[in-house]
Design a protein around this ligand. Structure first.
Ligand code: NAD
Ligand code: UDX
Length: 479
């Protein structure tokens, strides 16, 4: 079976970049990305490609190349479903905020709505591809809905989880470590559907990197991969606290253990805590699934990854309060960075949100600078927590356009995102503009601490003892 028309439901951080790359690499396939969010689709169609709704290095150039040729963004969901032989479902699957499984299970209402819409509209056979991250055995539910509410057409359900990381999405899509395709390996139709999707990817991905598995393995592999990655970050963050108490340096530890080929160097960077829309949500979902099978030890094991991450964010804020003589009330704290990592404008579950919330509890004034995140997003993130009134948030939190401006007259600077530009700041000028003693809290381990101490800053870095010009090695977080 040769695919000529692809529809992707969901024009978000996964649907947009993934489909742009498929369109780029498969010019013979028409790719239509649809969404119910009209504003988002309008932004994808903005004449100036720099205004597309997602910031990802390299993405705007691909959109420029393919949009209007074989890449289309539209709100006409029914039409795109009808025309496609292959439909990716790439809608959001957030943690449930209500009812059974609240705060843990994945909310599958958007997935189910897509299935019902496809069933209503489709008049020809379709391959449905789960691109969203889903609980194991969701394909069964999808098949049930499609077969029972459809127009008698045949559906094949595939699982094709996405492993891209934000900030490097295009690189990850161009050169994926692997493509995973799960399907009904036991039937001829199932194998044909899998082959059709393999052929799409084979336009640019070497065949040996395209794995085919049964559908349940594919669904569960995605949750497992995210759990393992997040677990590494929580593991190194656990060691960072021990480092602060003992004088060991977490960077040196990461390097030392990462050179062991059995451990490897990636995902060993200690930080203020992992964020992003996936890690926490997917681990909570895994914990919920394990619990639902009565596997309490399995659930507790993975839940600890989240507990450690929450602790890391909380103790970063607590350390700021403690170091600033146990009060930050009315003090100005400059936040460098708000996004959950560099090179993205995504702020979902960003550590900065929670650190800011803890500091607002202490009545701090916060001035934020992030090169890619808009002020309205920062306010929306804080308001969504519902812990402080909108009035208070607008009174205490300011958003500015440069790092230097954020740091002016500040008592302390906190690095929350590892944007490259923060490394190259004129730190002497920053120091001159700040109140003294001038404190820096590096939540990302990116600054040249030796240099900053020489300038006169008192520096506090995750996983290292406090340093200042006078007291180059005085453990402080330890006490
Ligand atoms: P997102 O919120 O950025 O995008 C989802 C889009 O789906 C939204 O624009 C929403 O309006 C749209 N949508 C929801 N219901 C719809 C419907 N019925 N019809 C049409 N459009 C609808 O989410 P995302 O970050 O792209 O994530 C999508 C999925 O991919 C999630 O399951 C996520 O876990 C998974 N995933 C995300 C990443 C990542 O880096 N963000 C990586 C891998 C996997
Ligand atoms: C993650 C997975 O990496 C990706 O495969 C999946 O498809 C979606 O979820 P993403 O959340 O976009 O991707 O970014 P990632 O690079 O994994 O970073 C997640 C968080 O962990 C960020 O806040 C990052 O700053 C933090 N992190 C990552 C660390 O603190 N230390 C590290 O060593 C690596």
């Amino acid at each position: 079976m040769k695919i000529k028309n692809i529809c992707c439901i969901g024009a978000g951080y996964v649907g947009g970049p993934t489909m742009a790359v498929i369109a780029q690499k498969c010019p013979e396939i028409n790719v239509t990305v649809v969404d119910i969010n009209e504003k988002r689709i309008a932004a994808w169609n903005d004449e100036d490609v720099e205004n597309i709704p997602i910031y990802e290095p390299g993405l705007s150039a691909i959109v420029k190349e393919a949009r209007g040729r074989n890449l289309f963004f539209s709100t006409e969901v029914d039409k795109a479903i009808d025309e496609a032989e292959l439909i990716f479902i790439s809608v959001n699957t957030p943690t449930k905020t209500y009812g059974i499984g609240k705060g843990m299970a994945a909310d599958l209402k958007y997935i189910e709505l897509c299935a019902r819409q496809i069933a209503r509209v489709a008049t020809t056979d379709k391959i449905i591809v789960e691109k969203s991250t889903l609980p194991v055995r969701t394909a069964e539910a999808l098949k049930n809905i499609l077969d029972n509410t459809g127009n008698g057409v045949n559906y094949q359900i595939l699982s094709n989880p996405e492993f891209l990381a934000e900030g490097t999405a295009i690189e990850d899509l161009h050169k994926p470590d692997r493509i995973l395709i799960g399907g009904d390996v036991d039937s001829e139709e199932g194998r044909k559907a899998m082959q059709a999707l393999v052929d799409v990817y084979a336009s640019w991905v070497p065949k040996e990197q395209i794995l085919t598995t049964n559908v349940w393995s594919s669904e569960l592999s995605k949750l497992t991969a995210n759990a393992f990655l997040a677990q590494r970050v929580s593991s190194i963050n656990a060691m960072s606290e021990l480092c602060e108490h003992t004088g060991a340096d977490v960077n040196e530890i990461s390097k030392a253990i990462g050179m062991d080929s059995r451990i490897g160097p990636k995902f060993l960077k200690s930080s203020v805590g992992f964020g992003g829309s996936c890690f926490q949500k997917d681990i909570l979902n895994l914990v919920y699934i394990a619990k639902s099978y009565g596997l309490n030890e399995v659930a507790d094991y993975w839940e600890q990854v989240i507990i450690m991450n929450d602790h890391q964010k909380r103790r970063f804020a607590a350390n700021i309060v403690k170091t600033l003589y146990n009060t930050v009330s009315g003090k100005k704290i400059a936040f460098l960075g708000w996004a959950f990592k560099k090179d993205t404008n995504d702020t979902r579950e960003a550590a900065a949100i929670y650190v800011a919330d803890h500091l607002l509890n202490e009545q701090a004034d916060i001035v934020v600078y992030d090169p890619k995140v808009k002020a309205e997003q920062i306010y929306a993130d804080l308001e969504a927590l519902e812990t402080h009134s909108s009035d208070e948030i607008h009174r205490r939190v300011k958003v500015v356009n440069t790092a230097q401006e954020a740091c002016k007259d500040a008592h302390a600077v906190a690095v929350l995102t590892e944007w490259d530009e923060f490394k190259g700041l004129d730190w002497k000028a920053v120091y001159d503009d700040m109140l003294k003693p001038a404190f820096v809290f590096d939540g990302r381990n990116i600054l040249d601490i030796q240099k900053l101490s020489q300038i006169g800053f008192v520096t506090s870095v995750i996983g290292q003892a406090v340093k200042s010009k006078k007291t180059m090695k005085e453990p402080s977080m330890a006490n």
